[in-house]
Design a protein around this ligand. Structure first.
Ligand SMILES: Cc1cc2nc3c(=O)[nH]c(=O)nc-3n(C[C@H](O)[C@H](O)[C@H](O)COP(=O)(O)OP(=O)(O)OC[C@H]3O[C@@H](n4cnc5c(N)ncnc54)[C@H](O)[C@@H]3O)c2cc1C
Length: 398
């Protein structure tokens, strides 16, 4: 009897655990550990700021999904990983042993990347990167609307999650127009990317053109190749000391691997991401696999200022399934399947307010489609994607 432990129950952990259950015999156990009891559909957090979504709409409890599939669930945080005796120590005081470990624990945010970055009391920016942060941003937005002023939205060096910043800028523009307040609030977008729509990839099809066009039409100012020096209560100060006044600031920080991963010698890079081979196996510890945002994915192009790359939800799930197939193969069930992370297809619908941007990216040319058709259709398309993906995950079909 073999024991597989999966840390995390997001896109990567949930889909990976379900795939493991399909591939392994009942005599092998698959235990999922997650600090959160809920799956959160992160792409919809941008809508919580303007009261378009409640947390209940975009989350579901994990335990029933896992129980239905015959998977064990432990609701606890992993505090330490010990690859030498193959154990994980949990916040509950339990220690679990494993034969194979899949780390699908996403990442933490590096709020120390820029002084003043992050929500109060430590910083001066709102965040929409967790449900509580999105609720706090909602309250800050409500207060801002009473007396609007300049807005700065953007990203730090090494960020990969550019899409969130683009979407928020375009959605806030739309919200302000709806309330006839746009002339009282400028929006400035700051990014380390060499051009808008670069995404750390050198552009995704014609993303540069469509985002530049969308920003120009909505009078959203932009500063590319921008490095933020520090953030003050009412300003974002760039390297070179250019000062941008701001009364509502949202800056996406870089990811940093979770502490138990960073604490294992040589498991992760300096940002805490795990380098893996084409089978999602750690380059250092053969019984440890990783999937999703926890994996090191490098930008395929060089930029003047360092940019990360987005690891989308669909790609994270595919990594989870890939890691599961290779763990099962290691345990004698099926063949190993190489699936390099940078070759995985991704699917991205931008909700850009009333300026619809659709991006589909894939290995084959016919999967590379980027469209810019004005109208609310991208909003509806993103809602459809949200409903479909939540249904898939909650019904164990993902
Ligand atoms: C605001 C926002 C908007 C986004 N928008 C999009 C989008 O539009 N399209 C898109 O494709 N992608 C989007 N993404 C990216 C997408 O959410 C990620 O690709 C995806 O969540 C990664 O999945 P994951 O399973 O690797 O990690 P996560 O989803 O982060 O899951 C991590 C899991 O690990 C658990 N965990 C963490 N630490 C521990 C620990 N120490 N012990 C136990 N459990 C632990 C957590 O509880 C969670 O269950 C967005 C992300 C954010 C934050």
């Amino acid at each position: 009897m073999k024991k597989v432990v999966v840390v995390g129950a997001g896109y990567a952990g949930l889909s990976g655990a379900l795939e493991l259950r399909r591939r392994l015999p009942d005599s092998d156990t698959v235990t999922v550990i997650s600090g959160s009891k809920y799956f959160i559909f992160y792409p919809s957090l941008i809508w919580m700021v303007q009261y378009e979504r409640d947390l209940a709409d975009i989350s579901f409890p994990i335990q029933p999904v896992l129980a239905e599939a015959g998977l064990e669930f432990v609701n606890a945080w992993v505090n330490t990983i010990n690859p030498l005796d193959k154990t994980v120590a949990l916040s509950t005081g339990q220690t679990l042993t494993y034969d194979k470990l899949m780390i699908a624990a996403g990442g933490a945010w590096d709020w120390d990347a820029v002084p003043g970055l992050g929500p109060p009391p430590a910083g001066y920016t709102v965040s929409i990167l967790s449900p509580q942060a999105a609720l706090d941003a909602q309250a800050a937005w409500t207060a801002f609307l009473i007396d609007p002023g300049p807005i700065v939205i953007g990203a730090t060096l090494n960020t990969g999650l550019f899409g969130v910043a683009y979407e928020l800028a375009l959605n806030l523009d739309m919200a302000l127009r709806r309330d006839n307040l746009r002339d009282r609030a400028s929006i400035t977008f700051v990014t380390p990317e060499p051009f808008l729509g670069h995404f750390g990839h050198g552009g995704l099809g014609n993303s540069r053109h469509i985002i530049e066009e969308a920003f120009a039409k909505r009078s959203i100012l932009s500063i590319t190749e921008a490095q933020i020096d520090h953030i003050e209560p009412d300003a974002v100060v760039l390297a070179g000391q250019r000062r941008l006044s701001s009364r509502f600031t949202m800056i996406v920080p870089p990811y940093r691997g979770i502490k138990p991963v960073r604490d294992v010698p040589n498991l992760a890079d300096e940002q805490g991401r795990i380098p893996v081979d084409d089978f999602y196996r750690s380059l250092v510890y053969p019984d440890i696999f990783a999937a999703g945002v926890a994996v090191q994915v490098k930008s395929p192009v060089r930029t003047t200022l360092p940019c990360g790359v987005l690891v989308p939800g669909t790609v994270s799930a595919e990594m989870g399934r890939g890691a599961a197939a290779n763990i099962a193969a290691d345990l004698g069930h099926g063949d190993a399947v190489p699936k390099p992370a940078d070759g995985l297809k991704s699917f991205y619908v931008f909700d850009s307010g009333s300026h619809g941007v659709f991006m589909s990216l894939g290995a084959q040319p016919w999967l590379n489609v980027q469209l810019n058709i004005p109208g609310p259709w991208s909003h509806w398309a993103k809602i459809a994607a949200e409903r479909y993906q939540i249904w898939q995950l909650q019904s164990g079909r993902y």
